[in-house]
Design a binder for this molecule. Structure first.
Ligand code: NAP
Ligand code: GDD
Length: 374
């Protein structure tokens, strides 16, 4: 029997969608009312935004959660009244087959991964297993449950699959900005595992005719971002310094450049990619790049502070191999699926710092910030 913890309890506190998506009402709710989505990684930053977004688009949303006592499930329930949860793990093929069988989804979004790049050097084999082979297991679950084989292609109404690919695959970039045609040169075990998942998704599309696409997403952030990633580490650091809890913030490479956007904008792209007539992969980013120093400038200014008075560089945060600069060329996504980011870098950073100032001044902790107003 599949292990299932279906939770249909509604949260009365959440009668309205979050502020970030109130303008995203569906154009034709009736047409998609009965669609079902299964999201792996629903307890992560993107999973929570995607679940909220799909719910406003009329979807029945199911999320895969792992572990016996996953602490993020409570936070997720506070945030999302209508989500249904299924137990499963990307390391466990049987649990994924059970989840797909049980949910009978129209769309599967594979967002689960070990996503923190430095951890991928410390636990390289686990990263390969979850972030890389996990993609194979989800694709196999869909293939097996749909009865697809080399001699039997998917029929109409097949399950559509989205893979969370990453700009980290470009690594030591061959050209700038990066497009769908830019070759990969990953610089971390995480990037290598993502490249495997990316090519495997393409291979299942070509081998079995499955509707399987990858979004090559550049860095995207929000007040729900994990505290280990640099934007959130900085927004929390600014808030702690401003409120007098700390005096210093220790960071690694300040000259690295990233193309940072808002996570709420990027989950719209995932949904648009599964709504295409044909499965095509897209690069998703803003096309604007900033250094960690630029990020510090903006973040500390929001709190009327100067980062030079507080930031200390610490060799402990320098990576064995760095990705120096990433910058997207999102023109194909704009042209073919009509996707554009709505929130600029400055607005994003101000929102994160203000959210952390509010969180910490009301006695909250970073780990509790998942149920924020955004
Ligand atoms: P995140 O916040 O780190 O969330 C990762 C999710 O994966 C969590 O829900 C985690 O669940 C789940 N997970 C980890 N190991 C698992 C396992 N063995 N079985 C099932 N679930 C497991 O990541 P995110 O920022 O939302 O990113 C979502 C996806 O997009 C990831 O695949 C990431 O690599 C990719 N991506 C992210 C960005 C970005 O800038 N955010 C850019 C490009 C690509 P627990 O709560 O149980 O730990
Ligand atoms: N985390 C962290 N902590 N990064 C630091 C620090 C620090 O103290 N100091 C400098 N940095 C630099 C890193 O060296 C890197 O160049 C940059 O800040 C961004 O680091 P992260 O925020 O950890 O993100 P990432 O780019 O390594 O990875 C994120 O984006 C990828 C897409 O490009 C993750 O979300 C990945 O899962 C995602 O695929």
């Amino acid at each position: 029997m599949p292990i299932c913890c279906r939770d249909e309890a509604r949260n009365p506190a959440r009668s309205r969608p979050s502020a970030w998506l109130r303008r995203d009402r569906p154009p034709n709710l009736e047409a998609i009312l009965s669609r079902r989505a299964l999201i792996t990684g629903i307890t992560g930053q993107d999973g929570s935004y995607l679940a909220e977004y799909l719910a406003t688009q009329g979807y029945e949303v199911y999320g895969l959660v792992r572990g016996q006592q996953n602490p993020r499930v409570r936070q997720l329930r506070q945030l999302l009244g209508e989500v249904r949860l299924i137990r499963g793990d990307l390391l466990d093929q049987g649990s994924l087959i059970s989840a797909v069988e049980r949910v009978q989804p129209d769309e599967v979004y594979n967002l689960a991964a070990i996503s923190y790049v430095p951890m991928s050097w410390q636990q390289a084999e686990l990263t390969a297993d979850v972030t890389g082979l996990g993609v194979l297991r989800v694709l196999e679950a869909i293939r097996v449950c749909s009865g697809i084989s080399a001699s039997r292609s998917p029929g109409r109404g097949q399950i559509r699959f989205y893979q969370a690919s990453s700009s980290e695959m470009f690594g030591m970039v061959r050209e700038s900005p990066q497009t769908e045609q830019t070759p990969f040169h990953p610089r971390s075990p995480y990037g290598v595992a993502k490249a495997y998942g990316h090519f495997l998704t393409q291979n299942y599309r070509e081998s079995y005719g499955m509707f399987a696409v990858s979004g090559i997403l550049f860095n995207h952030e929000s007040p729900r971002r994990g505290a280990e990633f640099v934007t959130r580490k900085i927004s929390l650091g600014v808030a702690k310094i401003k409120l007098g809890y700390e005096r210093q913030l220790r960071l690694g490479n300040l000259s690295a450049r990233r193309d940072w956007g808002f996570a709420g904008d990027y989950v719209r792209a995932m949904h648009l990619m599964l709504g295409q007539d044909e499965p095509v992969d897209y690069v998703i980013g803003t096309g604007v790049t900033h250094s960690v120093e630029d990020l510090l400038d903006h973040a500390f200014k929001v709190a009327d502070l100067d980062w030079r008075d507080h930031v200390v560089t610490d060799a402990a945060f320098i990576r064995p191999a760095e990705v120096d600069k990433l910058c997207a060329d999102p023109s194909a996504a704009r042209e073919h699926i009509g996707w554009e980011p709505k929130m600029a870098f400055e607005e994003l950073i101000a929102m994160m710092v203000e959210a952390d100032l509010e969180l910490l001044s009301s006695g909250g902790h970073a780990e509790e910030s998942f149920g924020d107003a955004w």
